[in-house]
Design a protein around this ligand. Sequence first.
Ligand code: HEC
Ligand code: HEC
Ligand code: HEC
Length: 131
Amino acid sequence: MSDRGLIVGGLVLFLGLVTLPVWYNVAAGRTAKPPELTLPTQAKSCVAPVEYMRASHMDLLMTWRDDVVRQGERTFVGLDGKTYAKSLTGTCMACHVNRAEFCDRCHDYAAVTPTCWECHLESRQVQRTAR
Ligand code: HEC
Ligand code: HEC
Ligand code: HEC
């Protein structure tokens, strides 16, 4: 019986240590919240189911690029039967108009830096005024 205090004390110490990262963030006023994304208002769905897009949009973009550049194949038919141009600027960014509060916000959170914007414009609007 005399061990009970020791065991309980040990458990409390153990739990405290295991959850230390949580307390650390609480004390620092931070929470492990996912980034807040500004979604398009003019459309309700993406070119593919949202779970697929969340996990695999980069694969879709690379496939589109290869189809266009190597096959000259520029048309994508979504699961909903709608057709889209296989285009980063012309399609993705036409709906996701706020790159900073969508693509960038998520990429900053995940610490990835796609270099696409060195060549591709984030908006057709920019292209028009630049000319
Ligand atoms: C027709 C407008 C439209 C086009 C074109 C479009 N999207 Fe979307 N996208 C949306 C909408 C609306 C949502 C939110 C859907 C939902 O929440 O069910 C979304 C969701 C997403 C998500 C998931 C966001 C999250 O909540 O985690 C990613 C990533 C994404 N889109 C990337 C892309 C990329 C990359 C392209 C081009 C290949 C693209 N989208 C083209 C409208 C579009
Ligand atoms: C829901 C979060 C989220 C959103 C929103 C999002 N991305 Fe991503 N993106 C990621 C993550 C995470 C990775 C890294 C995946 C990996 O490395 O496996 C990534 C990787 C990429 C890559 C590959 C980069 C590389 O160097 O390999 C491209 C291209 C890309 N995203 C484009 C876009 C574009 C364009 C948009 C906006 C239309 C967008 N993403 C929106 C989370 C997101
Ligand atoms: C060095 C410049 C350069 C970089 C960096 C680059 N691209 Fe491209 N991309 C091109 C050129 C040039 C084409 C051919 C344009 C055409 O034929 O319409 C192209 C075509 C594409 C296309 C099909 C056409 C279109 O309108 O979008 C997609 C999709 C694409 N690239 C995606 C990407 C993605 C995603 C990234 C970043 C991971 C990327 N590219 C980085 C130069 C670049």
